[in-house]
Design a binder for this molecule. Structure first.
Ligand code: FES
Length: 86
């Protein structure tokens, strides 16, 4: 596996070290939030270990993915800031 891989965060290419989680890629990309609450408030990660579900985003067109539990793969498409239930 290469030392770095490129993923797309909200349409912008971001190079990350191999073994990086999708959540870390979002943070590296500088996205202002991971998702939005029902009320529209920006939300961010809390536990980073798969418990709180606050890091949900759309990964490769799969909504509500817990980004702290997903390792980046080349050309992964990550979308943040969507309004999701809960
Ligand atoms: S940050 Fe808590 S489940 Fe991902």
């Amino acid at each position: 596996m290469p030392d770095t891989i490129t993923v797309n965060v909200n349409g912008t290419a971001v190079s990350v070290p191999s073994g990086t989680t999708a959540l870390a890629a979002i943070l590296i990309a500088g996205a202002p939030s991971v998702r939005r609450s029902v009320g529209g408030s920006p939300r961010g990660p809390l536990c980073a270990m798969g418990v709180c579900f606050e890091c949900r985003a759309t990964v490769n067109h799969r909504r509500h993915s817990r980004t702290c539990q997903i390792l980046c793969t080349p050309e992964m498409d990550i979308r943040t800031g969507e309004q999701v239930d809960g």
